[in-house]
Design a protein around this ligand. Structure first.
Ligand SMILES: Cc1cc2nc3c(=O)[nH]c(=O)nc-3n(C[C@H](O)[C@H](O)[C@H](O)COP(=O)(O)OP(=O)(O)OC[C@H]3O[C@@H](n4cnc5c(N)ncnc54)[C@H](O)[C@@H]3O)c2cc1C
Length: 500
């Protein structure tokens, strides 16, 4: 019996924030294109994009110390922080466009204003933070950042962290009020609801099992319908693999040369969540500390006010750990199954190089609750065990590849867009800075996969994302104008940025 093939223009695999963003951009740019989405779970935004599975930081490099490094001469390199900040501005602009066009409503359901702070202890760290503050606060993108090492000021900013502190070690913090808490789960669900009103077919409980090229140059996707138990075959001119941690195994199935010699290193995570409303009320910020020596950048501890289900809450973490699963709902065979002939040497090299990291992650998994409380008490000296519960966060699959600088099997901490040479398929690997830069990353997918349409699409892209293709660093007046405008639309009211 010949199999029935259903053809469409675009297939998006996975209903996370990345597919949601790409689908929403495409619906505005090419409304006549037919789009299908296949998601193995029952609803959208249930894996890494879910509000309980990530930290909800609108990463604009306002507080994350790992985005600014110290150079040999003691100066602070802010170039990465500037890049990430610019990328987050694109997300703010696209979300504002969606709200202004009534495509999504109630931005307070997914984005809230929240001060972003960095906090360090010890003389050397305080001196670094001050130099970092001096470098950043002069820059237009970081206007409004404050620094303090005065106990009274710090007590006003972060009472929970200062009260009960007995150590005489110097302590300092920076604070910037233009930070945000983003509920990426709510945003993802909103975008999929909107897409479904625009004739996008979203198939939940459908797992993509295989992908191959057809003789007529299309991509054929084999899908397992979990409700009926049947296998279906769908073809498309363009496929986006937005499977989060599940993207690497799917890309490997395509056989495209660009998917070879790449491996994945899964890192799991835990948060502690506060169950005491009095403690929750005493804190109002995202406070990022410094990663412990030997710890990977994604395990920088932070104490975050969060807005989840329209309720204020307080989370601490993440505690990184090791699990061979590529998705929270994945299988213990994910890691071993991703080792192929083409990437075995890359994976082995990484295994040897990252022995210390693996050991660190396993030690983290084995931490007792009391040990975790001890780490929390470095932030909240008076923290009581009964006020805190554990929640399991999402999985992050870090990319392993061979690089000129790092050699064979180098662990990457950023995101990587993998595209076939003809642009007919693209996938996203890696997890950081993650959901915050979804718009920037998906615009990159469009540029790589649809170069012939870009001239026609550019005016619409600029309507949706006005700073597209323009350096905000070189146009600080445009930055202020767009920052203030997006703050008004998204309800991030605070002090407007003004010219000095
Ligand atoms: C602990 C942690 C903290 C984080 N903190 C932040 C943060 O503070 N700020 C930030 O911006 N980012 C953060 N991130 C990163 C961010 O969560 C991710 O970058 C983002 O959610 C990835 O979105 P996605 O759409 O690619 O993947 P996901 O949201 O994981 O979605 C992928 C979807 O694909 C589905 N899928 C997978 N395989 C298949 C298949 N074969 N067939 C059908 N469906 C499939 C999955 O079920 C899932 O729904 C964090 C991540 C973690 C884990």
């Amino acid at each position: 019996m010949s199999k029935i093939r259903k053809t469409t223009d675009v297939i998006l695999i996975g209903a996370g924030v990345m597919s949601a963003t790409l689908g929403s951009l495409l619906k505005e740019l090419a409304p006549e294109w037919k789009i299908k989405v296949f998601e193995k779970l029952e609803t959208a935004g249930e894996e890494s994009s879910n509000e309980w599975n990530n930290a909800g930081t609108g990463h604009a490099a306002l507080c994350e110390l790992n985005y600014t490094s110290e150079k040999a001469d003691g100066t602070v390199d802010i170039s990465k922080a500037v890049k990430i900040n610019e990328q987050f501005q694109l997300s703010r602009q696209f979300w504002s466009y969606l709200v202004n066009s009534n495509l999504i409503r109630n931005p307070q359901d997914f984005i809230m204003p929240l001060p972003h702070m960095s906090m360090v202890q010890g003389e050397g760290n305080v001196a670094f933070l001050k130099r970092r503050f001096e470098a950043l606060s002069k820059h237009p993108l970081f206007q409004g950042m404050e620094f303090s090492d005065r106990p009274e000021k710090l007590k006003e900013w972060i009472p929970l962290i200062i009260e009960g502190r007995t150590s005489n070690e110097p302590i300092a913090a920076t604070k910037i009020d233009s930070g945000t808490d983003v509920n990426f789960g709510a945003l993802t669900r909103m975008l999929f609801e909107y897409l479904q009103t625009r004739n996008v077919e979203v198939h939940y409980k459908h797992t993509v099992k295989d992908m191959k090229r057809t003789s007529d140059g299309l991509w054929e996707v084999k899908v397992h319908n979990l409700a009926s138990g049947q296998y279906e075959y769908h073809t498309a001119k363009f496929i986006f693999v937005g499977g989060g941690g599940g993207s690497l195994p799917l890309l490997q199935k395509t056989g495209i040369p660009e998917s070879k010699h790449i491996g994945g290193f899964p890192v799991s995570g835990l948060f502690m969540v506060c169950n005491n409303p009095e403690v929750i009320e005493k804190h109002h910020a995202k406070v990022y500390g410094k990663a412990k020596v030997g710890a990977p950048p994604m395990s920088v501890p932070h104490l975050d006010t969060r807005y989840i289900d329209n309720k204020k809450t307080l989370l601490f973490g993440p505690f990184a750990g090791f699990s061979p699963k590529f998705l929270k709902t994945g299988s213990y065979f994910d890691l071993i199954g991703s080792v192929k002939l083409d990437n075995i040497l890359t994976m082995l090299a990484a295994g040897v190089k990252e022995m210390a990291l693996t050991k660190y992650l396993i030690q983290q998994v084995l931490l007792s609750n009391e040990k975790r409380m001890e780490e929390l008490r470095e932030f909240i000296p008076n923290a009581k065990s009964e006020d805190w519960d554990i929640v399991v966060a999402g999985q992050r699959v870090q990319v392993i590849k061979d690089t000129v600088e790092g050699g064979k099997g180098t662990l990457q901490f950023g995101t990587e867009v993998v595209t076939s040479a003809d642009g007919s398929i693209a996938g996203l690997l890696g997890a950081s800075p993650g959901a915050s830069t979804a718009v920037h990353v998906m615009l990159e997918v469009l540029e790589k996969c649809f170069p012939q349409q870009m001239t026609e699409w550019e005016p619409k892209i600029k309507e949706m994302v006005p700073s597209y293709g323009v350096s905000l660093v070189e146009h600080p007046e445009l930055f202020r104008e767009l920052h203030n405008a997006t703050a008004r639309v998204l309800g991030l009211n605070g002090k407007e940025l003004v010219y000095h």
